[in-house]
Write a protein that binds this ligand. Sequence first.
Ligand code: ADP
Ligand code: PAZ
Ligand code: K
Length: 244
Amino acid sequence: MILELDCGNSFIKWRLIESDAVAPRLGGIAVGVEDILLGIPDGCPITRCRMVSVRGDKETETLLESVQAALGVAVVRATPARNVAGVTNGYRDFDRLGMDRWLAVVGAFHMCQTACLIIDLGTAVTADIVDSAGRHLGGFIAPGIGLMRGQLLSHTRRIYYGASEAESALADLGPGKSTAEAVERGCIMMLRAYVNAQVEEARSLLKSDFVVYVTGGDAALAAGLPGAQFVPDLVFRGLAVACP
Ligand SMILES: Nc1ncnc2c1ncn2[C@@H]1O[C@H](COP(=O)(O)OP(=O)(O)O)[C@@H](O)[C@H]1O
Ligand SMILES: CC(C)(COP(=O)(O)O)[C@@H](O)C(=O)NCCC(=O)O
Ligand SMILES: [K+]
């Protein structure tokens, strides 16, 4: 059994997968390594572990070492590359491209073998464009919905509301008639406008048909994007290609 870890800025996504299987056996979202260890059944035969992390080097090293120590298996960490599986990294400094973005791009091209747009809605919302020859044309990074909302709450005096108000604010998306509705709906509208703009950008750059993949913890916020395929495990798919 292989343990796979995707360490994002907010959460660690983890799953257990048989080496030749497509569907995972078990998985979850964790804050720290302890949560992952609690989620793994006793005696589960883990033989390998692969990891991708966008956390700092020191934090990543600590995570990796604690997993190795707890499970007694070597952890393989995905590292930057100029080319993987027919995809070429488009950054001038290829090692500065976030590894989650890179693996999502690799996973996406591996699936469709044609031009694609990859949108990942997590802490940040990223969009990456790949042409039909596998050339990554670059991408965009913007704050995710939590960061947008958080900036408003922390940088204004009179914007405040509770969790239950926030929850009921999304019953519909028309003009808000309370602070909670106005902020929650405004942030969603901004996010959707950004996502739609990415589709337009890809259309004008690629000048051909392309596949749109949506992933990340907040992918549901892009629901209704015409023709988009929701692939929650896109980063894991790329991780398996990059670290077989
Ligand atoms: N079960 C869950 N627990 C916590 N957050 C979740 C959950 N499901 C979806 N989310 C959403 O996922 C977002 C984080 O997405 P994620 O892709 O994990 O980010 P990152 O890769 O930056 O850590 C949060 O903003 C939250 O709204
Ligand atoms: C853009 C990101 C912050 C997204 O991280 P996430 O929202 O998945 O936690 C991450 O991919 C990153 O740190 N990238 C390095 C900068 C870059 O891609 O240019
Ligand atoms: K992300």
